[in-house]
Design a protein around this ligand. Structure first.
Ligand code: PLP
Length: 393
């Protein structure tokens, strides 16, 4: 049994492409060409070169000695926080901008909630001199002013979505409408392992450079390619997909997915999709999502903007349903404490998303000689105000 996508675009029961007919030509063009393009030598050469010289890869695999001592196990941190723009998201946007160029597109659209994916997209559009339009809910534009400013400085046009709740899902609707109206010249850069096939697989492949590097780095440090556990926080699931990718079908490696419980799973203010979600369709793919009895998507909540998403990608829905992945949820409070703990013990200020993954060590025991690799998905500079408020700094 494989936990990779099958040729129909499914991970077990999840995935597929549930899209309006008018979107079919765009998605089909991408589906029929993405694998061939990614396998071209010139594509790989350009992708690898940019990851090295522009993003700063390979990122270190760092043995966190004091953090390990505290929890009585061997903890390694994969330092995606050191990527250009401060998180793993740029691995995917670099890949997709090259894909767009190969497909002959000269205009990029994206949607963003917290603005992190918008910034990563605006960054690669500036790099390539390609027009960039980012849809963002009107409310999010107010809440995330620094990222809106970044996008503008990078030359992107930020378009407010003024319908519905004026947040992420409304921005997504606007982006889809734009794509339907501009099928020939425009590529839609999706920011996580979500959306209709082939997006989840394509994004996972671009992010898989993370576990490709971990295999080599762990070989050097521990004389083995595979850790006992790989750990990542899951919003849509792209940093997780990246660090799981080369271990998915090696069942000796335990996969741990950490979701945001918000104020608590049963409080109504949570984003713990595996605990609360049921099968449904969101963003063009069949997956687990939080919804009411009559199928309306429920508004998620987490202190971390990047985990504040009502679904998970189909790869992760399948890891949950099959039991291949161990799912743990972490509250706002627990994550904030773990984030501060990493600051004090290792001198690294993590993103609050990442802090969720770090919080599991307070909740779950590991053996002394086990090797645990945690994806340090991003740095905490963007979250400084939340840290200041939370800890009265
Ligand atoms: C966006 C983001 C996430 C969540 O997105 P995934 O697709 O689940 O990885 C996690 N960590 C950081 C630092 C982010 O910016």
């Amino acid at each position: 049994m494989s936990y990779q996508v099958n040729e129909k675009g499914y991970y077990g029961d999840f995935g597929g492409a549930f899209i309006p007919e008018m979107l079919y030509p765009n998605v089909e063009e991408l589906r029929s060409r993405y694998l061939n393009i990614m396998q071209e030598e010139s594509f790989q050469k350009e992708f690898r070169q940019l990851l090295k010289d522009y993003v700063g890869r390979p990122t270190p695999l760092y043995f966190a000695e004091r953090f390990s001592e505290k929890f009585g196990t061997k903890i390694y941190l994969k330092r995606e926080d050191l990527c250009h723009t401060g998180a793993h998201k740029v691995n995917n946007t670099i890949g997709q901008i090259l894909m767009a160029k190969r497909l002959g597109k000269n205009r990029i659209i994206a949607e963003t909630g917290a603005g992190q994916h918008g910034v990563a997209t605006a960054t690669v559009c500036a790099l390539m001199g390609i027009e960039c339009v980012v849809y963002m809910g009107e409310i999010d534009i107010k809440r995330q002013a620094p990222n809106v400013a970044r996008m503008k400085m990078l030359g992107a046009t930020v378009v407010p979505a003024k319908s519905g709740s004026r947040t992420l899902k409304d921005a997504t609707n606007e982006a889809i409408r734009d794509w339907i109206n501009n099928p020939v010249d425009t590529h839609y850069i999706i920011g996580s392992v979500v959306g209709p096939h082939p997006y989840p697989d394509m994004v996972a492949r671009f992010q898989s450079v993370i576990s490709e590097e971990v295999k080599k780095q762990l070989q050097e440090k521990e004389d083995r390619e595979a850790p006992d556990h790989v750990v990542a926080c899951v919003g849509g699931g792209s940093n997780a997909a990246g660090i799981y990718y080369h271990y998915l079908d090696n069942e000796k490696v335990n996969i741990i997915a950490v979701e945001a419980a918000g104020e608590g799973i049963l409080t109504g203010k949570s984003a713990a999709t595996s605990a609360l979600g049921r099968e449904g369709i969101i963003h063009g793919s069949k997956t687990l999502l939080m919804q009411t009895d009559d199928g309306q998507i429920t508004e998620p909540y987490s202190i971390s903007a990047g985990l504040d998403y009502p679904g998970v990608g189909p790869m992760h829905a399948n890891l949950f349903r099959t039991g291949r992945g161990e799912f743990i949820s972490v509250t706002d409070e627990e994550a904030m404490a773990a984030g501060l703990q990493l600051c004090k013990l290792e001198g690294i200020i993590p993103a609050i998303e990442t802090a969720h993954a770090l919080a599991i060590f307070d909740k779950r025991k590991f053996e002394k000689d086990e090797v645990v690799v945690v994806n340090l998905s991003g740095r905490g500079d963007k979250d400084l105000n939340t840290y200041i408020e939370h800890f009265n700094l």
